[in-house]
Every structure is written in structure tokens, then in C-alpha cells.
Design a protein around this ligand. Structure first.
Ligand code: PNS
Length: 178
């Protein structure tokens, strides 16, 4: 006789926090990997950052929404304040962060331990992107683009389009946003 096991576990959501200014193919790769482990991913764009951003948080949310359009497993949001408070508000199980190289490790360990101290029940899960993306960062993408380089291989088409639009709007000059 066969028996049926009903899967009654609660849905597991992970928060993928970051600046995403802009989202790169490395971030997209991490989100796709995280989707294999969790039922849903919330891409959480940090609202207030000391860094001088290229895109406003609202623009970043729009762009990420465009990249994952039609994928109900991926939500996009902004957050402010402590990440662990946001994780609890969303009733999420874990924080997902990408680890590209040893150089990321120290900063990520520090944040992971601090977040664990602040909220012991929230786990941080580190995922490695495909090795093709290990050199990628939002900062380098912006630098290459601002100097006239081709970034099509490093970002989703929606990001490249937006970068082009901002270049046309500023006539190639710097873009100042809040
Ligand atoms: O993509 P980034 O800029 O490396 O992301 C950093 C981020 C947003 C994950 C981090 O700055 C953060 O969590 N900020 C929220 C404030 C907070 O909770 N600080 C204490 C964490 S140790």
C-alpha cells in the first residue's frame, strides 16, 4: 500500500538585500540560484545610502521589476533601517548574499555575524555566482559605461537601456540623484 505525504511546511522566503545601483548579471545569477532553495525571493533595495547613486531607489525597483517581470517568485521592494527588522517584518527565513571572491568574505562575515547577533533566528545564506560573473560589480559597470565602454555582457538589457536613457538625458555628463 502506498501512502501520500502532504507537504505542509510553511513557505520559505529569502531577502536579497543590496544597493543594486544597478542590478548586474551577477545579482540575477544569485537570485536564480536562490529561487532553487526558497519559495520566494524579495529583492530589497536599500533606501538610504551614503553612496552617490546613479539611479534612485525607485528607479532601481522599476528596473529590477522589469528584469523579473512575469516571475511571481521574485518581488522587489525598498527598505530602510536595520535589515534584520525588515526580515522580521517580511516573516522571511533567511538573508541571501552573493560571495564572488575572498575579497568579499571579510565584509560579508562581519555583516552576517552582526545580523546574527541582532536577530539569532535569521540565517544568512551565501551563494556563489557563476565564475563568469566573479569580477562583476555595479561600481565597475557604471565606470565602464561612463567611459564609453560596452556593458551589454554585464547587465540585463533593461539596465543597459536605462543607462543609455540617462546618458541621453544628461548629454553624457554626470547624473545627480538623491
Ligand atoms: O549591495 P551592498 O551595498 O553591499 O549591500 C549592503 C547592505 C544593503 C546589505 C547593508 O548595507 C545593509 O544591510 N544595510 C542595512 C542597515 C543594517 O542593517 N546595517 C547593519 C548590518 S550589519
Amino acid at each position: 500500500m502506498t501512502s501520500t505525504v502532504t507537504d505542509q511546511r510553511p513557505l520559505r522566503t529569502a531577502i536579497f538585500p543590496g544597493s543594486f545601483d544597478p542590478i548586474t548579471n551577477g545579482h540575477v545569477d544569485i537570485i536564480r540560484r536562490a529561487l532553487r532553495l526558497f519559495d520566494g525571493i524579495v529583492v530589497a533595495v536599500l533606501q538610504n545610502t551614503a553612496k552617490q547613486p546613479h539611479f534612485t531607489p525607485e528607479e532601481r525597483v522599476e528596473i529590477i521589476g522589469e528584469v523579473f517581470a512575469g516571475e511571481p517568485g521574485v518581488q522587489v521592494d525598498t527598505f530602510d533601517g536595520l535589515l534584520v527588522d525588515y526580515v522580521q517584518r517580511k516573516q522571511a527565513t533567511a538573508i541571501v548574499r552573493g560571495l564572488r571572491a575572498i575579497s568579499d568574505f571579510e565584509y560579508e562575515m562581519q555583516m552576517g555575524h552582526m545580523n546574527r547577533r541582532l536577530s539569532p533566528t535569521v540565517e544568512t545564506v551565501f551563494l556563489m555566482p557563476d565564475e563568469a560573473h566573479t569580477f562583476l560589480s555595479s561600481r565597475l559597470v557604471k565606470e565602464v559605461f561612463s567611459l564609453g565602454g560596452d556593458v551589454a555582457a554585464f547587465v540585463p538589457p533593461a539596465v543597459e537601456r536605462r543607462l543609455q536613457q540617462t546618458r541621453e538625458a544628461t548629454g553624457g555628463g554626470p547624473r545627480v540623484v538623491r
